[in-house]
Design a protein around this ligand. Structure first.
Ligand code: FAD
Ligand code: FES
Length: 505
């Protein structure tokens, strides 16, 4: 019986994936020599490939699965420089850094708007105000401060006591004008077609498993093809190379999305609640009328009960809106940097020829677009303004921040304690259920399929060895440490792992 993630997780494919014509780029049938190898076909990789190809570079893009099958095809698709309450935090690093962050995101938003127009992309790109609101009087001062700081940094910000269209009152909100929303995969697929048109060679089903840092860089794919490239951009969400310890300088946070049919008028703005966990709201035009999206219930990836989080999200929605039905549901995760800034630049401490962008903290559409362009320019020796603020080699004192300490202590705890656990057996498993069984290093990830057959894999994540857990909704094996996910057949769904879970008798 086939137990691919698509077969088991059909119900949880994002609306974006279900409503865009799929791509069909083939794996390479020969080794490749090129100026630039882009690894990963999300917003960062595709944008970089297009930019470099348009500037005359010979580009090969290598995507492990399908273009847009990572976070870029599973998000809430707001294109904005208002990111919860970011600027009051960043200003403590420095006013220039906070300003550069705002400008980076506004530049990404403008680049997306420019591409939509230049290539005539039909992706429901709509200009909207974006709000971060609080329902709590006690939260108003922080909201007001964020609006003031953002205004001072030159962003289109104001404080308001009303969001206009939400069916419940708010105590206060930051409002950013002229932000946008779109269909991220219709955009990304069209961008990939433009990159191909500009001469980039796009390859799907092509997982890169190693990168040599010589001159040229030599990449090897899972099927054994070699790619020699003057430069490489690792646009794999989190870099698949562990040098630079990006997995320890970020943590992976997973959140859930529901696309709802409402019995009432659909609010037209974009909204994010300033609460923990936050909730994200926006309208979505579909062939079947205007629907309403709610995202939220985030937790550290691999550590929540997914089925329960979907239920909690639906409860939250029903308490506030007249929900007629839940039409689609999906989840994804993103990497949250401990100092609040993305990493964009050379893969420090690696050779200058390998670059990366990661740590987009659930706001990688505008930011990732700007990052993709910046990285392509860097490989071609072009100036990239304000790059030092996001350089991976920056030395902010993150090692002492509560987030750094908490997340890395948690990873260490999971690494050691999960190994010592004694678990039950697999006899009580019902069809469709999975569980980690056994003890110590011999722990196995066991799934019983609908025909009653057991499928057994090593439970040790092939990244750094944490013990995976069963995702009760999507039916995948998720690592609690740095976000790797595996299908029921052990195949890698999301990295940083590059190798599958080993089958075990
Ligand atoms: C719930 C949620 C909601 C979000 N909503 C928004 C939003 O409203 N607005 C916004 O701006 N951002 C949002 N984001 C964040 C945004 O989706 C991400 O920041 C962004 O998509 C990251 O893009 P990427 O290109 O870095 O990664 P991805 O899109 O994940 O692309 C990486 C690609 O690399 C491929 N890959 C991995 N390993 C290999 C390998 N070894 N070889 C070859 N290919 C490989 C993967 O298959 C994948 O396709 C949200 C995130 C979450 C979690
Ligand atoms: S993702 Fe790092 S150990 Fe699993």
């Amino acid at each position: 019986m086939a137990i691919t993630p698509e077969a088991t997780g059909e119900r949880y494919l994002s609306y974006w994936l279900k409503s865009a014509e799929p791509t069909g780029y083939q794996p390479p049938d020969l080794d490749i020599d090129c100026d630039l190898a882009v690894v990963g076909g999300g917003i960062v990789g595709v944008t970089a490939a297009l930019r470099a190809a348009e500037l005359g570079a010979k580009v090969a893009l290598l995507e492990a699965r399908r273009i847009g099958s990572g976070a870029s095809g599973y998000n809430t698709a707001k294109v904005s420089s208002l990111h919860a309450l970011t600027y009051t935090r960043l200003i403590s690093i420095g006013e220039e850094t906070a300003r550069a962050y705002g400008e980076l995101n506004e530049a990404g938003l403008a680049a997306i708007a420019g591409n939509v127009e230049r290539f005539g992309i039909e992706c429901d790109f709509r200009r909207k105000p974006n709000f971060t609101y609080t329902e709590d009087e006690g939260g108003v001062a922080a909201i007001r401060e964020e609006a003031e700081v953002a205004q001072r940094l030159g962003l289109p910000a104001s404080f308001t006591a009303s969001t206009g269209e939400l069916p419940f009152g708010v105590a206060g909100a930051v409002r950013f004008e002229n932000q946008a929303e779109f269909h991220p995969l219709r955009y990304l697929y069209a961008l990939a077609a433009a990159a191909s048109e500009a001469g980039a060679a796009l390859h799907e089903g092509t997982r890169v498993v190693s990168i040599g840092q010589g001159e040229p860089c030599e990449l090897t794919t899972e099927s054994g093809r070699r790619v020699r490239a003057g430069h490489a951009i690792l646009a794999t969400h989190l870099p698949i190379l562990d040098r630079g310890l990006y997995f320890a300088r970020t943590h992976a946070e997973r959140s859930y999305a529901l696309l709802l049919r409402l019995r009432e008028a659909v609010p037209r703005g974009m909204y994010l609640s300033d609460e923990s966990p936050a909730h994200s709201l926006r309208a979505v035009p579909t062939a079947d009328g205007e629907l309403f999206m709610i995202g939220g219930e985030s937790h550290k990836a691999g550590q929540g009960d997914a089925a329960e989080r979907y239920r909690a999200l639906e409860r939250w929605a029903r308490e506030r809106f007249e929900v007629a039905s839940v039409e689609h549901r999906w989840a994804t995760h993103d990497h949250i940097p401990h100092d609040g800034l993305p990493f964009i630049g050379r893969l420090w401490p690696f050779a200058d020829r390998v670059l990366t962008a990661t740590g987009m903290k659930k706001w990688g559409l505008a930011m990732g677009t700007a990052a993709g362009g910046t990285l392509a320019d860097r490989t071609l020796g072009r100036e990239t303004p304000a790059a030092e603020h996001f350089a991976p080699e920056r030395l902010h004192p993150v090692a002492g921040t509560p987030s750094f300490v908490k997340q890395n202590a948690d990873d260490g705890f999971r690494f050691f304690v999960d190994r010592l656990r004694k678990r039950g057996g697999s006899s009580a498993l019902r069809p469709g259920e999975g569980r980690v069984v056994g003890s110590g290093l011999g722990q196995r990830a066991v799934y019983r399929d609908q025909d009653g057959e057991l499928h057994s894999l090593s439970a040790r994540c092939t990244h750094l060895g944490c013990i995976v857990g069963f995702n009760t909704a999507e039916r995948t094996w998720d690592c609690p440490c740095h976000g790797s996910r595996f299908g029921l057949d052990g195949e890698v769904i999301e990295g940083p792992a590059v190798n599958p879970l080993e089958p075990k008798a």
